[in-house]
Design a protein around this ligand. Structure first.
Ligand SMILES: Nc1nc2c(ncn2[C@@H]2O[C@H](COP(=O)(O)OP(=O)(O)OP(=O)(O)O)[C@@H](O)[C@H]2O)c(=O)[nH]1
Ligand SMILES: [Mg+2]
Length: 650
């Protein structure tokens, strides 16, 4: 509802009539409005502000405007209504609803639009030793999904520039994006003020409604101070963006304060029949509301509006409103949209890079040198998922400025950059895993080579034992042991490959060993035959035959030692040895047949010699037959024996 010219403002003399219960005079007039919903800018109701600020009773008095701005649907008008009641000394227990004071309403739809001013000022004996006219101003909530950036910025900046106390009303907590909005609005205001050369603004009062963390910071101004100190604390190690934002806010206002309100109870927060009566509020909320209103509005806490260091008188405000709005509606200062876009881009980019940093930090050791430990493949994936989730959470927390479209765009970019980073981490990890794989395989080969690289074959079982031992060592080397002792291969696929390649290599070692065994067995066989032959030759040395029983006894003994020698020197655990054992036994028996025949031939040669001696007087023959070497030659060759038989007959 807009002001009409029949309106006649009066004044309250606050403090001069304390204790009296009076009716509220005046009404709320909309001084800034839009001609229609489609209008691109606000219009100032000049006659209305003239009537209010040029009220003859106060027009020359210093002016103090108390404004509540901030998020929509957060009880701004309700609070102003309560201030109004307090200032007019009306009994707060009497609900006014929207009929008497500042209009406010429950529900989810935006209620206040543009800027509203209470027509009748409150005259107080100000701290400057002069009477001061105090006005209450209500504003349209910011970011209600219907309002353009320009409108939001105009309302907020105009409020900041014209108020002595700007209350920044927020729900639950003060978030980073709230500060970013504040920075943007004040920056817009600063731009408009550039020509007038006037900064900073005056008091900024953060109001946090429905504060849920009284254990961290108690309700009221005490907790508010804690929250604000924590929030605006500037340190050297803060990222530049964060630090600058805080420095900007601190330097924009000459005084900063904060107040934490408890939840007002379901009646206030949710019930459409709530009329504003104090009885229906949670007593705790009522207590803090009363405390806040009376402290804030105590004359000693109110300051006149100063612009460019000069106290502003009520009637001068008309010009300021007019001038400021002209600037906002003109093209002297950059389009709020472009300031908004730039700020949104910067804050989103900042949120993106911080979120990405967080991801990299979470991925921990991996971002360091190649020498750092590899991660098990599945652990890497889990770590990536978790880090990405946390990174996106951080981004979402910090990227409130600029709305959905910006956040969506930059979040997609963040995910893309994280995936790129992850691929790099994965490649790095994969190469570390491959190194471990090759080292594990190399260790197996080196160890097996140590045993299998010799000329001497290994016993089949020893070969198998070594293989099992070193294959186990190698697979263990390819496992990561968690703190709880749980073992996991770095990569299932590479572990399978490791086992397969080790097995293939083992088959090679087996074949090599078998070949060596074969050679060794044949060698042992030959040695044993030699051994047997030597023993038997020793037994049959000399021209004389031995008794067959003795020969058999000697054979058995020589066979036994030769067989033992064979078995001892070819203990390789293969079937080959058993079959060669049988072969050796057969060869020995063959040899024995020969020795038996030799022995028999010696018996024959004894007879032959006698015959020769009888038949021939030839000395040469005698010598020949009496020479042991010749006897051996004759006796040692079965062929000679046959020749002898033919020559001499048996
Ligand atoms: N949860 C909660 N609700 C409140 C509080 N104070 C007032 N309300 C309720 O919030 C609703 C909106 O109140 P208004 O004062 O119209 O809110 P506003 O911020 O002026 O809303 P807009 O003008 O639409 O931006 C009403 O139902 C109030 O009863 C508070 O501290 N916490
Ligand atoms: Mg409102």
């Amino acid at each position: 509802m807009r002001f009409n010219s029949l309106f006649r403002p009066s004044i309250y003399r606050h403090g001069l009539t304390s204790g009296h219960i009076r009716k509220i005079h005046g009404k709320s007039v909309q001084i800034l409005y839009k001609e229609d919903d489609k209008a691109s800018s606000f219009t100032l109701d000049l006659p209305a502000i003239k009537t209010v600020f040029e009220n003859p009773l106060i027009q020359d008095k210093p002016i103090c405007i108390i404004t509540v701005a901030g998020a929509m649907r957060t009880g701004k008008s309700f609070l102003l209504d309560n201030m109004l009641k307090h200032l007019s000394s009306e009994d707060l227990s009497q609900g006014s609803g929207s009929s008497n004071g500042f209009p406010w309403k429950g529900g989810m739809t935006r209620y206040t639009s543009g800027v509203h001013l209470w027509t009748d000022p409150f005259v107080i004996q100000g701290s400057i030793g002069e009477e001061m006219a105090v006005f209450l101003m209500d504003t349209q909530g910011t970011f209600d999904h219907k309002t353009t950036v320009k409108e939001n910025m105009t309302v907020f900046a105009l409020s900041t520039m014209t108020s002595s106390v700007l209350m920044y009303n927020l729900m639950h907590v003060i978030r980073e994006d709230h500060l970013q909005h504040l920075q943007l609005f004040t920056e817009y205001g600063r731009l408009a003020l550039k020509n007038s050369g006037s900064t900073p603004f005056q008091k900024l009062q953060f109001l946090v409604r429905d504060w849920h963390y009284p254990h961290d910071a108690p309700f009221g101004s005490e907790g508010g101070k804690i929250v604000m100190d924590r929030l605006l604390n500037v340190t050297e190690d803060q990222p530049e963006e964060i630090r600058k934002l805080r420095e900007h806010i601190i330097s924009s206002f000459s005084d900063l304060d904060c107040y934490l309100f408890p939840y007002p109870g379901p009646k206030v927060a949710e019930d459409p029949t709530f009329t504003g009566s104090i009885e229906e509020m949670e007593p705790r909320f009522a207590k803090y509301l009363t405390d806040f209103v009376s402290t804030t509005l105590a004359p000693e806490n109110l300051e006149p509006k100063k612009i460019a260091g000069k106290i502003v008188r009520s009637r001068e405000m008309v010009d300021y409103f007019q001038k400021y709005l002209e600037i906002f509606n003109g093209d002297e200062i950059p389009e709020p949209k472009s300031i908004f876009d730039t700020t949104a881009e910067v804050t989103n980019m900042h949120a993106l890079s911080e979120a990405k940093e967080k991801y990299i930090e979470n991925m921990g050791a991996l971002r360091q040198s190649v020498a750092s430990l590899a991660l098990v493949e599945v652990d890497l994936l889990t770590k990536h998922d978790q880090s990405m989730k946390e990174s996106i959470e951080l981004f979402t927390e910090q990227s409130k400025f600029g709305g959905e479209a910006y956040a969506k765009h930059y979040q997609e970019e963040l995910v893309k950059e994280i995936v790129e980073k992850f691929n790099y981490f994965k490649r790095l990890n994969d190469s570390k895993i491959q190194n471990i794989f090759y080292r594990a395989k190399e260790d197996y080969l080196t160890n097996m080579e140590m045993h299998c690289g010799k000329e001497q074959p290994l016993h089949e079982q020893d070969l198998m034992d070594n293989h099992i031992k070193y294959a186990k060592d190698a697979t263990q080397k390819f496992q990561r042991v968690s703190d709880s002792g749980f073992k996991q291969p770095f990569s299932n696929e590479l572990q399978e490959r490791l086992i397969r390649e080790i097995d293939e290599r083992f088959v090679y070692y087996q074949n090599l060993n078998e070949t060596k065994i074969r050679v060794a067995v044949h060698h042992a066989h030959d040695l044993s035959i030699d051994n047997y032959t030597k023993q038997m030759e020793a037994v049959l040395e000399g021209p004389l035959a031995i008794h067959n029983i003795k020969l058999d006894y000697e054979h058995k003994s020589a066979k036994s030692t030769s067989m033992d020698q064979f078995i001892n020197s070819s203990n390789f655990g293969t079937k080959l040895v058993t079959s060669n054992e049988r072969l050796l036994a057969r060869d020995i028996e063959d040899k024995y047949s020969y020795f038996k025949e030799l022995n028999a031939s010696k018996q024959l040669s004894k007879r032959l010699k006698a015959t020769v001696e009888q038949l021939s007087d030839n000395e040469t023959y005698k010598q020949f037959w009496s020479n042991p070497t010749q006897q051996k030659v004759v006796g040692g060759s079965v062929a000679t024996l046959v020749v002898m038989k033919i020559l001499f007959g048996s």
